[in-house]
Ligand binder design. Structure first.
Ligand SMILES: [Zn+2]
Length: 80
């Protein structure tokens, strides 16, 4: 699988992601363009902003990249 995920039209290497916001951004500023988006924090103080679909895709990609964290379903093993 790819080690990249796409957020805000950018290909982000999964290993650069530090954390992903659990709740949508809200700051109340009138000129804020990221209202309702999810912050994806990268190394070196950078952030990108994901919409809900992108955020879900990022989390899924991270889990698969780490080799399937919870060992509940073995679906990913079929791909050998
Ligand atoms: Zn804001």
């Amino acid at each position: 699988m790819s080690i990249f995920c796409v957020v805000d039209d950018k290909h982000i290497p999964l290993y650069r992601i530090l954390w992903v916001a659990a709740t949508p951004h809200f700051c109340g500023h009138e000129d804020c363009t990221q209202e309702g988006n999810y912050e994806v924090r990268l190394e070196q103080g950078e952030s990108v902003w994901a919409n809900r679909e992108e955020r879900d895709a990022v989390l899924e990609a991270l889990e698969q990249w780490q080799g399937g964290v919870g060992d509940g379903d073995g679906n990913w093993e079929e791909e050998e």
